[in-house]
Design a protein around this ligand. Structure first.
Ligand SMILES: Nc1ncnc2c1ncn2[C@@H]1O[C@H](COP(=O)(O)OP(=O)(O)OP(=O)(O)O)[C@@H](O)[C@H]1O
Length: 224
């Protein structure tokens, strides 16, 4: 069990509604959680329980109707988009199912761009990061030239390239074979050991097993 010394991510009483015509969906109903430095937290729950909505609100990609999100002591919710983008690029690593590589840039330039956006242009050589995710030799490939497993690993290299306080990941091992899943999980665990916080949305029992805690969502509420 990791020792929680400092809180790197917290949200308090998050609400998010969606309206389509006369119909209103309460996607989040008062969600509060904390992730400590060096802690890995998994968020699980049935389809439609609010996991992706929660992740988007935590990443500042979506605005909650109520409540607040704080990353490394800095509030990201209810801020102008330019401020949210700055906090994201400096403090967050985000790994979404839709992928996080810019299509017209090769893997190395995607990493360089993420580091430049974070104000850390020479933080860590892209080749070194790619080596850590088992992708050395693919630095010059663009997204369409990578397999599903390679894309997931390249995405993780980009998400970690700014040395984020918090890694947010949506089903990071969804489509991967067992060996590649293990590489990705080992890397996530290692990052947690270096003091980053990790919050991962998942249906996978294998991912839940590497987490220090599992939070269960149902109908937009934490139920366990
Ligand atoms: N843009 C949207 N417009 C309307 N309703 C939405 C929108 N996004 C999500 N919802 C609704 O909000 C609820 C929560 O959706 P969300 O995608 O967060 O669930 P989830 O737990 O991530 O599901 P899954 O495991 O299937 O990805 C669902 O009822 C969904 O239909």
């Amino acid at each position: 069990m990791a020792v929680i010394s400092t809180e790197v991510l917290r949200c308090d009483d998050l609400y998010r509604f969606f309206r389509a015509g006369d119909e209103e969906t309460l996607a989040l109903r008062g969600v509060s959680l904390r992730v400590g430095r060096g802690e890995t937290v998994a968020v699980a729950g049935p389809s439609g329980s609010g996991k992706s909505t929660l992740l988007s609100c935590l990443a500042g990609l979506d605005e909650p109707a109520g409540g607040a999100v704080t990353i490394g002591g800095e509030q990201i919710s209810h801020r102008p988009e330019s401020r949210r983008a700055r906090i994201r690029s400096r403090r967050l690593g985000i790994l979404l199912q839709s992928g996080n590589l810019l299509a017209h840039l090769n893997v190395r330039d995607n990493i360089r761009l993420a580091q430049a956006a974070a104000g850390r242009p020479s933080e860590q050589a892209p080749e070194e990061l790619l080596d850590q995710v088992g992708l050395s030799g693919r630095a010059r490939a663009v997204a369409t030239e990578l397999s599903g497993g390679e894309l997931a690993r390249a995405g993780l290299a980009v998400a970690l390239s700014n040395k984020p306080d918090v890694l947010l990941a949506d089903e990071p091992t969804g489509e991967l074979d067992g060996a590649t899943e293990q590489i990705v999980l080992d890397l996530i665990r290692t990052r947690a050991e270096f003091g980053q916080g990790v919050l991962v949305v998942t249906h996978s029992a294998v991912v839940m097993r590497i987490a220090d805690r599992v939070i269960r969502l149902q109908d937009g509420r934490i139920v366990g």
